[in-house]
Write a protein that binds this ligand. Sequence first.
Ligand code: IMP
Ligand code: MG
Length: 177
Amino acid sequence: MSTWKDSIDIFLSKDQLEARIQEMGKELARDYEGKDLLVVGLLNGVFIFMADLVRAMDMRLEVAFMQVASYGGNTISTGEVNILHDLERPIGGRHVLIVEDIVDTGLTLHKVRNMLLDRQPASLKIATLLDKPCRRNVQVPVDYVGFTLDDHFAVGFGLDLDGKFRNLPFLGVYNPS
Ligand code: IMP
Ligand code: MG
């Protein structure tokens, strides 16, 4: 019997993801100890990773979200980055950590990073669950990386293909055959 998950090969299991996110959370809590931290998640893809990451950070912090769209419904970037929802409060003088699901061409983070830098935070760093360095078009400094990926299209754990598969509890590689 065929199911909706048949075209997905498991790439990182729920347990592997959980273990790595716990490590990242500990590292971040150490690095930001005693600082006024605002964790900014980029929706939609980040919603699952962000929920796990901030719960792995044993420290006082605040969360906020921005919604950005860069894909036109397929696996190739349109190269255009639209801000659909901006932060509601100023970030001047605050320590800001941007959290992304995956860094691909780097265009999204390049734009968001420059936008937030203009608002003069005390510091601005980037954490991502996945990094595909082989696909980079613009250089962006990524400070915390969960896993490095080759040139595959990842789905699950928040990441989508045309809006689907975000609810898979693991990370998979889309493999239609
Ligand atoms: P970038 O602007 O090319 O770096 O792309 C960043 C955004 O593209 C991410 O936040 C994702 O939403 C999406 N994206 C890039 N690669 C993948 C992938 O392999 N699977 C799902 N979404 C992806
Ligand atoms: Mg995204």
